[in-house]
Design a protein around this ligand. Sequence first.
Ligand code: NAD
Length: 297
Amino acid sequence: MSGERIGFIGLGNMGRPMATSLVTKGFPVTAYDVVPTSVQILAQRGAKAARDVADAVAQSDIIVTMLPNTPDVDGVIAEVLKSGRKGQLCMDMSTIDPIASKRFAAALAAKGIGWVDAGVGRSPAHAERGESLFMVGGTDADLKRVEPLLGAMGNKVIPCGGPGAGITMKIVLNFLAMSTCQLTAEALTLGTKLGLTARTMYDVITNSLANNDHLKNYWPTKVLGGDVDPGFAIDLAYKDLSIGVTTANAAGVPVFTGAAARECLGQARAAQGLGGKDITAVLVAAANNAGVKPPKL
Ligand code: NAD
């Protein structure tokens, strides 16, 4: 443990277990979320409750953000630029626009405030067990400083390069992961319409080269078990794929399949009202489109 005071902002599906890991492992954490009950839960687990973002910033050496999207992180960084102190460090663990991430790093560096972008891999269940994967960007000194925190929240840290490199990796990762989920949903729906059972398809696919870890280890705990409460919401997956497609377009890289997958997620949100459901509910959307029941194990 480093003895540094941690401000943790954003206590949702991922932030809650991550902040809890820090508290249980003895880090002094001040927690904040716009939803007061989420702050109360962390306070019951031993964190100090912050009144607002400014309060969390004032009481911390390292400020961690685990927020939905770029504008949410922008708001916190604006507060740090206004009221923060030289020597503090911001570690953003949200999945956001890599260009904005680099902009935040540069603005903070000009004030003597450090920066790490730490994309988070795996699911809320992994976060509960302290088994998250982190892909990190930052200067060597800043990365060294957050090592104890990352070690408390996860079990694998992969340095990706300077500021912005971690979140760039996360966008590339989710581009692949979310596109794969859409294709998995279409394959399972096709098989269902043609009379195959979920069990047959699951056993064959997960024993073949078409296997993917989402289907093998995550889908049985969610849609294939009849649960589509969000571990990772379609709204967030749509946001990630949108950042991926936009980033690719800006870099002059055509991404035909990823762009199509993004539109499928868009249809699941807009036409089917599934935005707040788990990413695996893309199977529900695909099954609805085909007029079959979503298959279950
Ligand atoms: P979530 O929607 O469950 O949680 C976000 C939390 O932020 C909520 O509690 C919300 O009340 C809070 N919040 C929003 N604006 C705020 C503000 N201005 N100040 C303070 N709190 C604010 O989302 P999540 O699933 O925990 O994901 C958080 C981030 O991590 C997203 O960028 C997501 O893409 C990424 N991510 C999620 C997963 C996952 O499996 N859920 C995995 C890796 C990365």
